[in-house]
Design a protein around this ligand. Structure first.
Ligand SMILES: Nc1ncnc2c1ncn2[C@@H]1O[C@H](COP(=O)(O)OP(=O)(O)OP(=O)(O)O)[C@@H](O)[C@H]1O
Length: 603
């Protein structure tokens, strides 16, 4: 048996979800199509299932036969018992290898679908627009990639492990009975409408309670994540008790909903058990009655009871698996919400960008974010020469970061356009263009990994020399030397083990090592001490040299060096010029500076 995982490329299911337009009862169809190309394996798995499951069907027959042999004292054929025993022993023993083969074939397909679905979702997330991501909470996405895909995989497995076996059980038990005794088979048939009636009667209630419980679970998982993230803040403000009480009340709600679900399921389960056991007893009485009339042997009674037991067990399984099916279908709906979304990146140009000189032109650009009425940029005109360093200043909310977003191509202007080296942004292939950019965001994004990984993020061939040079340029060598594993020291998630200034310098090193043509710098607002500030400034100076640079500036020192300062107010350019020119003008920039100086004086 080959137990190696399937190494074929992961399937991409995006097209399938778009074509199938999930919903309106198409879940089962889509589930089936997810396994396209694997039907052969599934069929083999089913064959092995029939083999491994065969003892369940054979045991009642053999048991009946053995009893029939001994219940006829005049003609006991002891050899037949030995043959029966030998047959059933072989049939039982083959369960181990066939079970393994059945699981191996099935699991290979279902795990492939599971991995493929997760891969498809992650790929789609990379293509969805920034607006889409800013509207959706990351916790929800995470839950779709992990929890919902798991529920779909469970659904597929339940289908193969529970639904199909139970259905086969019903078919086999019924067929064998029908061939032997149509009257008893008729009795078996009665069980189907009773089972259907049971599901129909309880379905809505159980479904509703299940959903309420699941929603509450989602609520509490969201809340717990938030609570854990906020622990330092909560502790600092002495709000532990408030947080605990908040969680307690949600937990109490969950307890109530869980209790009501348990009771409803218990009522459902026990009603089913009572009804079906009464049926079984009725069937037993019926068989005894037939036997009393000489129409049935004792062994047959035992055999039918065995089949009836299997049949009832299967019907019960089919009924009980229902809530899980509902959950799986709901998860398919949830995943399809992402996969069917057409909200991908707005720019879809195709001209590849081999080289960026760094000349930019904003031509009468207007822009507003989705779902907002007000324009964030209005009639924005600006020409930037290659290699120029432009600093944007203005009050909070003036639209400075938005200008950087437009340069990255996150959003398309509502009116006007942006040219890169004379080519309209909507014509160029953004992926190739962005390779020439380096972005240093306001909040440095560090991931859980080594300092080396964080600096060389996304680059494959970085020489040790170049890395060390960048570390020297950003004055990180002392920091690296003081860490236990040097460059390979793992930094905590979000860089928790580093200071603010160190984090910023890592972000600058990450930009420097890419040797970009264009640098976009959203300066961090958080204050640093003098030494850190100096180190960050030095690193920034090196980064900016010889490249077109856009800086959203908060610090006086950065602005002084800029070739041009653009003062923004409510999305418009109100002044622009060098530091000296603007100071001389004594306009908006001058006022901003005065305010900053006063503030610095006070503090
Ligand atoms: N994703 C978004 N969706 C809707 N509105 C947004 C979004 N991002 C920013 N805005 C709004 O756009 C305006 C400009 O924001 P922007 O971040 O560009 O300002 P800023 O000048 O960089 O401010 P700050 O100095 O505080 O960072 C603000 O009113 C802000 O509320």
């Amino acid at each position: 048996m080959d137990n190696r995982p399937d190494t074929r490329l992961l399937p991409n299911f995006e097209k399938l979800f778009i074509e199938d337009r999930i919903g309106h009862g198409r879940h089962l169809f889509t589930l089936l199509r997810l396994f396209r190309g694997m039907y052969g394996g599934l069929f083999v798995s089913l064959l092995f299932f029939i083999l491994k499951h065969s003892p369940i069907w054979l045991i009642p027959i053999i048991t009946g036969d053995m009893i029939n042999v001994v219940s006829n004292p005049d003609n006991i054929n002891i050899n037949r018992i030995w043959i029966d025993l030998a047959i059933i022993s072989v049939v039982i023993a083959q369960n181990v290898p066939t079970q393994l083969l059945h699981t191996s074939y099935l699991s290979r397909s279902s795990r492939q679908v599971e991995a493929g679905l997760r891969g498809t979702l992650v790929r789609k997330l990379q293509h969805l627009s920034i607006s889409y991501h800013s509207e959706l909470r990351s916790g929800k996405l995470q839950s779709k990639v992990l929890r919902d895909v798991e529920a779909i995989e469970t659904l597929a497995k339940q289908m193969m492990y529970v639904f199909i076996p139970a259905l086969l059980n019903v078919i086999v038990a019924f067929s064998v009975t029908a061939v032997n005794n149509p009257l008893v088979a008729l009795f078996f048939v009665l069980i189907i409408p009773v089972g259907a009636l049971m599901i129909f009667g309880f379905r809505k209630n159980i479904q509703r309670k299940n959903r309420e419980f699941r929603k509450q679970i989602e609520e509490i998982s969201g809340q717990i994540t938030e609570t854990v993230e906020m622990i330092p803040l909560t502790r600092a403000h002495g709000l532990d008790k408030v947080e605990i009480e908040k969680t307690d009340s949600t937990l109490m709600d969950l307890r109530g909903k869980g209790y009501r679900l348990d009771v409803a399921e218990a009522l459902f389960g026990s009603s089913g058990w009572v009804m079906f056991t009464l049926f079984q007893m009725g069937a037993l009485a019926f068989c005894c009655w037939l036997a009393a009339q000489g129409k049935m042997t004792v062994g047959d009674i035992v055999m039918y009871q065995g089949f009836f037991g299997t049949l009832l067990g299967s019907v019960n399984q089919l009924i009980n698996v229902y809530p899980q099916f509902a959950k799986g279908f709901e998860s398919m709906q949830s995943v399809s919400e992402i996969l069917q979304s057409t909200d991908v990146e707005e720019y879809q140009g195709t001209i590849p960008v081999m080289h960026v000189q760094g000349g930019f032109s904003f031509e009468r650009m207007h822009f507003k974010y989705r779902d907002t009425d007000q324009h964030v940029l209005s009639d924005f005109n600006l020409d930037i020469r290659p290699g120029e360093c432009v600093a944007f200043v203005g009050e909070s909310g003036a639209g400075k970061s938005t200008v950087l977003n437009m340069l990255i191509g996150y959003y398309k202007p509502t009116r006007g356009r942006l040219l890169v080296d004379g080519v309209p942004m909507d014509q160029i292939d953004l992926k190739s263009y962005r390779k020439h950019l380096a972005v240093v965001p306001q909040n440095t994004v560090l991931f859980h990994g080594s300092i080396r990984d964080n600096i060389t993020y996304g680059l494959t061939d970085v020489s040790e020399e170049k890395l060390l040079e960048v570390i020297r340029m950003t004055q990180l060598q002392e920091v690296v030397a003081s860490l236990p594993d040097g460059l390979d020291t793992k930094i905590g998630e979000h860089g928790g083990k580093l200071s603010g200034g160190q984090r910023q310098r890592i972000a600058i090193a990450r930009a420097l090592i890419r040797d970009p043509s264009v640098v976009l710098l959203d300066e961090a607002t958080s204050a640093l001490d003098n030494i850190s500030e100096y180190q960050v400034q030095q690193a920034m100076r090196l980064l900016v040299k010889g490249r077109t640079t856009f800086i959203v500036a908060h610090r006086l020192s950065t602005i002084r060096d800029a070739d041009r300062i653009v003062v923004m107010n409510k999305g418009r350019i109100v002044e622009s010029g060098t530091f000296a020119e603007l100071m001389e003008l004594q306009g908006a920039f001058y006022k901003l500076q005065q305010m900053q100086m006063e503030y610095a004086g006070i503090s």
